[in-house]
Write a new protein. Structure first.
Length: 247
């Protein structure tokens, strides 16, 4: 399924779909590929959607770049489709295809490369949060202060794979943004989720948050737009383009 037009000379990107947003957000705004396209706006390249849950992924080396979406599933389940997707991601990395994992996609990529994902010992992280940038990187706008992102996760990459470097941390997640290799990144946050969708998540999960001792009303009040976080997608596309020019 092609999502947007581009010049025929460009290799298409692949969006590896690993799940759906919550129903309220999906009905209003579409699935993760639609949210990614909205966040990219005019910077969106040609995209092909590949559903990793419903059918085996093809070889990924023919794509110009790969974005792996979020999911309500847990990487710790080690489901057969997850293991198969991890194998394809390792092949893509070996073929030097640029990769960006978002939330679950970040964890899946980290696990595929030899890291370890577990339930976050610091608890659930949800809402608009501030990141502390630890290392300069083309995907992260160092001038953004505060660097706000939208988060919703209970698992975390608790052990990095060999050679990975942490680029940013949040109060609850010490590996909120990771560079896995020269052209492979993962972010625990959701650059495709804007304030409207983030509010949907908090409101739908209000009772669950209360049961965990979290103040859903306060979290909802602090939900904001996250231009620096959303820019990660555009910066990834631009970095892929620069890489092509440098070849």
């Amino acid at each position: 399924k092609v999502m947007s037009a581009s010049t025929e000379s460009d290799l298409p990107f692949a969006v590896v779909v690993t799940g759906e947003p919550i129903e309220r957000a999906r009905l209003r705004r579409g699935g993760y590929p639609s949210l990614i396209r909205d966040a990219l706006g005019s910077a969106a390249p040609r995209f092909v959607e590949l559903d990793a849950q419903r059918e085996p992924l093809p070889e990924l080396s023919t794509y110009g770049g790969i974005v792996v979406t979020g999911s309500s599933a847990s990487v710790t389940e080690r489901a057969p489709w997850m293991l198969a997707a991890e194998a394809r991601l390792r092949e893509a990395l070996a073929a030097r295809v640029p990769l960006l994992g978002l939330c679950f996609g970040h964890q899946l990529l980290g696990q595929a490369l030899g890291g370890r994902v577990e339930r976050n010992p610091n608890g659930r992280e949800i809402g608009t949060v501030s990141l502390q940038l630890l290392e300069a990187d083309p995907l992260l706008d160092a001038a953004a202060s505060p660097f706000l992102v939208n988060m919703t996760h209970v698992d975390s990459l608790v052990e990095l794979p060999p050679g990975a470097r942490v680029l940013a941390r949040s109060e609850l997640d010490p590996a909120a943004a990771v560079r896995f290799g020269p052209s492979a990144w993962g972010v625990q946050f959701h650059p495709e989720i804007d304030a409207e969708v983030m509010a949907d998540y908090v409101e739908v999960r209000a009772e669950l948050l209360a049961s965990e001792g979290l103040d859903a009303r306060q979290i909802r009040q602090e939900v904001a737009e996250t231009p620096a976080g959303r820019a990660v997608l555009r910066r990834f596309v631009a970095e892929v383009a620069r890489g092509r020019e440098g070849r």
